[in-house]
Design a binder for this molecule. Sequence first.
Ligand code: FEO
Ligand code: CA
Ligand code: CA
Ligand code: CA
Length: 599
Amino acid sequence: RRVHSGNLGFAEIPHTLDAQHHLPEGYRADILLRWGDPLTTDAGKFAPTALSAQEQRQRFGYNNDFIAFMPLPGEAGGAAGDSTRGLLCVNHEYTQPHLMFPGYDDEYAATRGVSAEHVAIEQEACGHSIVEVEKTAKGWRPVVDSPFNRRITLHTTMDIIGPAAGDPRLQTAADPSGTRVLGTVGNCAGGKTPWGTVLIAEEGFGGAFQGDPGAIADPVERLNHAAFAIAPHNRNWGDHDRRFDIGIEPREPNRFGWMVEIDPYDPHSRPRKLTSLGRFQHEGFTLVCKPHQPAVAYGGDDDEDQFVYRFVSAENYRPGNDTRNRNLLAAGVLYVARFSDDGTGAWLPLVFGEGPLTPQNGFRNQADVLIDARRAAALVGATPMDRPEDVETNPVNDCTYVMLTKNKSRTAGETNAANPRPRNVAGHVLEIVPPGEDGNRDHTSNDFRWYTFLLGGNPNAEDPRERGAYGEEVIGAVSPHGWLANPDNVAFDPGGNMWIATDGCERFGFHDGLWAMATEGEFRAAPRHFFGCPRGAEACGPEFTPDGTTLFISVQHPADGGRSTFDRPMHRWPDYDPALPPRPAVLAIRREDGGVVGS
Ligand code: FEO
Ligand code: CA
Ligand code: CA
Ligand code: CA
């Protein structure tokens, strides 16, 4: 009986649950960036009790999520593609005051409210960090005085571009043009482009807004705001920053829920919100770019019964012509996926005037189709999925993988072949196979085949509806620690192995973390457990250097568990310092012998 995953050679770690992180033998992790770490030389040592908004703006933000490693030429004048020096581009998804501010808990919030200063700090702790990092003899470290270092927050000016830019539904009192917005929030996962930019997603933006959608006069916006869980009891940012109160500025939420493109190599560049990629709870968008063909991007809408999307650019990708490539994501067609029970699938275009996307159904123009992409997708007959998270293409076999994290509200009558389990608590992974040969597939085709890659959960679970399924050819392909649940982010190493980061395993009695597996051959879909988070945390944003010898990973919300954990010393990962709370952090994981991670 073999439990080894082909070319993966590391010694699997056990399922556990404690206040530490866990790695296989022969690996080390450098704690590279933590919430509050200074990104400029004039920001001093982090003192959480003395934190101000001005201070936070110079420091690494909260709840690190997506990571992109964007290479810089190395010391010896190495070419781009260098694996020892680069810009680490990291999302900060959201803030958690009970883990950030000493003494803050529900009682504090109820008696004293969320102060203007707390809101200002939180708004500076969200968004994105761009930090130069380098590998030294002692390990990876941030370059604190680098001119590339930059924080992007809820106060960073951004352009809105593409078909919905300037539409009246995006116009506000502060921006009558509908083309200029302050900041980004809910930045979950993302992607990279071959023209040197980073894409970051706006996922749970609705939580930043307070107010009652039912009280909005316009029936279109009433439905729209309710669909993103904007509610009176949401956090009260609107008390201190009026644009987050929909009773005062009902169109501000329409300026969030987009993909944002950032050029990390130009610290003065203005980020752009790309309306062509639609508006929903974006998990991320990842690209497939082949010379002299359209750029193709895949993404998911992370909510129960929402959809998987694909974008195909109007113009072709031209290697070496980045001035033109930079506009590729501004114009093209957004599609949404239908997964048929016979294993075929189709990409359905979301184009104003086609099919049901007409004034009879309340769409005035293409801007409406993109702002209300969820409603458009449902009308054209897309398949409602079990919370689509990352959608990413394996560069080796050229197939695309969809992480479906869970869907507790799917009923038995609502199951289908692509979402086969009612009350799906453990999630699953689908494989999209576009027409063509392995390694050279046509991602612009509107037809595909699809397969169930794995079902999350314990393969020995008593309840057949919760039973995991792994591997196809090897009996017992998954070890007792190889099973996983709630796939969220995914990355591929240079050899084409899949690395899944999870969000939800504590429900099954063990830590979230990373599992690696082959996508082809005898050990296809047979996961091995590589990394375990400290209690309370989820694993996000796995990212390899181009040479595969470093794996960066985000540990998000360590010690989270409802109440304030500031005063629980056992849970002060990763510093274990009585003066510091638990801190989300990015780790750089390497083999002690310098070899390729996972091999
Ligand atoms: Fe922010 Fe979809 O996880
Ligand atoms: Ca998250
Ligand atoms: Ca995620
Ligand atoms: Ca998640």
